[in-house]
Design a protein around this ligand. Sequence first.
Ligand code: FAD
Length: 304
Amino acid sequence: MSYPEGLERDFPLARLTTVRAGGSGDMFARAGTEEQLLELLAFAEDEQAQVGVVGSGSNLLISDDGFRGLVLKLDRDLATIERDGDRVLCGGGARLPSAAAKSAGWGLSGLEFGVNIPGSVGGAVRMNANAYGGELARTLEWVDICTGAGRDRRVPADLGFSYRRSNLREGEIVSAASFALSPAVPEDVKATLAGMRSKRREAQPSGIKTFGSTFKNPDDPRAEGRSAGVLLDAAGCRGLTVGGARFSPKHANFVENMGAATTADILELMSQGRRRVFEMCGVVLEPEVQVLGEVEWPAGWELG
Ligand SMILES: Cc1cc2nc3c(=O)[nH]c(=O)nc-3n(C[C@H](O)[C@H](O)[C@H](O)COP(=O)(O)OP(=O)(O)OC[C@H]3O[C@@H](n4cnc5c(N)ncnc54)[C@H](O)[C@@H]3O)c2cc1C
């Protein structure tokens, strides 16, 4: 099989992520149409290459050694946001805050929760993203999933959603999604978005290189209802620094790349934070951030 058009070799991946760390992908390509995406996936299958997909890179940590395989990013036709009556159809690469804002302008309610989630629609489905109680599955009607074998359409009941996870596997790429929304007064929806934006500005640091929440909120009675951020703070992690990475002084569950952090710095910081919380109250924090490529977790990562 010949190499697909636009395929790039040894592509630096850090710039595709919000935390700006990590190495290069052996192969990288942008897919602008479903046809192109299917071709690239078939190529990867033929080459027996692993496939990784990057959305907005807002919950992603790339190995310092990069990724041995093909990394894909969806754009053009696969990043559109269109209205169809009370539905909003999005490409998998569409930005969720743009989908929320456009829907508000169209007088459609149900995607407001996405206004502060700096991810793509595909990444949001994969991660079952959520904020302020707005559930993705409540308005999601269907998603198209592309793999090396072709395209199939799935409904939320097929996606195994639970807290910050779905059952999507490596190589299963969300190329499109349909949201069934409710008619509303545009000014009311816009006012809700404005309220959510200002609430967020107060609670979270802005303008930093981060992947948002590092650890999931624990479902463990020993946490006594405290979030991962509250536990990390109580364990003295606010501002804790390893190399170029630190836990944000404003939000202890946010890791900040202060300039030249490596993924190894970030993993070591995560490991130290996790250990401190465990030693404080016995709770084992699990990462929310997704890792692309092979990483070696620090020796202190395993607890117990
Ligand atoms: C400042 C900040 C605030 C945040 N706030 C929230 C919040 O309130 N709520 C919340 O839930 N999250 C939040 N996040 C985390 C993040 O924005 C979400 O998890 C988001 O859904 C990730 O989407 P993405 O496109 O950036 O995915 P990426 O980070 O690019 O990837 C995450 C995972 O999804 C996979 N993926 C990406 N695109 C696709 C696709 N098309 N098909 C299949 N798999 C795909 C990737 O391979 C990877 O495994 C925040 C992050 C930041 C930086």
